[in-house]
Design a protein. Sequence first.
Length: 538
Amino acid sequence: MTSSEHPELRQIPPFGDTTIEEIANAHADTIAEIRNLDPMETAVTFSGLLTMPGLQSNCLRIETLIYLALAYCEGRAAPTTEFVLRSFERMGDGYCGMMEDPSEDVFVTLVNTPRGNFRIFEGIWEGAGFYLQRFLDIVETMPNREPFNHIRNSIESLLRLSDAVAARAGVQEYTVGQELPLDALPADLADRISVAGGAVQFSDDELAQLQISKAPLAEFVINADDRTRLRTQFVGHSDLERRPIAVRGEYLCLLLPTAVEPAIKRLVIEFVISTGQVKAFERALSTEYGQLFSEIRMLGKRLPAPIGFQRIDGGLIASMMTEADPGRFLHFVFFVDGLDNFSQDGLLGVNANPAALSAALRSNLGKASAKAREQRGFRDGISLLITCGFGRGLRVELTDDLPKDWRFEFIAAHDLVTLNWLSNFDALSLWRLLDSRRAIEALGPEFLNVNGLLNLVAWSRRLGGHLVPHARLPVEFANSEAKNLIVVPQNAIRDLRHSVATEWTPLRVLDPDGRWVRVRKLDRSEFEEDNLAPLYGS
């Protein structure tokens, strides 16, 4: 495979290019009704829908309805169930309906700090729990003094609030929700509309009972007087996504329970930018990734040495090569995205300097290929770009042909961790998978797989190790002159992510001294019953 087959690699969120005002203009009927309603009561009503696993794939339209409620409600009337049903259906026409995808991950995931375990709603963000955990680990390394203690206390309070919402909604970590977007609210969920909003609002007494400090939450409370500013903003990069809590009389309301992860990340990033600690944070992030990947097997093998990152314009990069099998070389390239240009587009942006990353990648790839060819018995090699960072999109251009007998793939860090813990999958499994794809494409058919390497692995495992669903092929598919296309479902990845998350499950447990100690599965066992056993090590 030559790089000309994918001259530009992009990992960019499939939303955020349409303002709330543009969506409102396309739904004049909904806006005409919504103007007579109370903004907070209407927003809280829609917020309750975000806690229902049965609406996981409709997250985007529900979040949009919350934005519309805050930005356009001007009255005092309460929303009726009929209005909620109509609005939900109407949002399926246009932008939200086009952008809604089948769910690709769990509904609720788990993160942890030295204060315990906390459930967060994944929402529309890829790898939400994974990237948030990296931030939480870094925040714990900050000095034990102000203003760092204030940041920690604010984050802990929001995490406790998120966990309380999940508890009220009755959802456990790694719950899997509705797979496909719904056109209308099912009757069983419609019956819960009037009470669902109660899961996201808390009185002072309720916060005290939950041991949630109210004052630190001020970092995440939106100014209701500025709510009309939301009209010119985007879902995914807005004041509400940064401050998902609102005050409603005596209550605090977590209006966007699905925004806990981006809100915390933005708080930390804004803090390090404002205090001039960007480079220190980027180094800490690279150290976090280096430690993460040194503690687990990378496609079946431990890394031969610690990962050493070097700074380039736009981030940090590191590479390492191992011999996966005699003559077969696996070249890992790690890229940690920096914070440059974050203030412009937030988490909807991309790495600041794709050209610098592209040049560094070509250099590392060329050196690895040359070194591998010097080894006796060289057969071929694979370079695997691992995109590390904080969840922002990535763009990298590849304009030169790859060296002979060399291939290039890329994968997000959170998906690589999933792949590393997948049973019966190692570096040679990767070779067999890519060889199978190449052999099939040599016969004429092409693969359309928009969701990356892990999705292809999931598709293969679903088909019992194959890449072609032989039993479902039409007769005309055998025509060698036809332009046949094999479309890999974009959410084949969903069940695989769920099964690995429930089996691996990093978490904290209380030790005899009352400390929350981090534990995880120490390694995979040759015996499947051991892998399923609830046995963890510190």
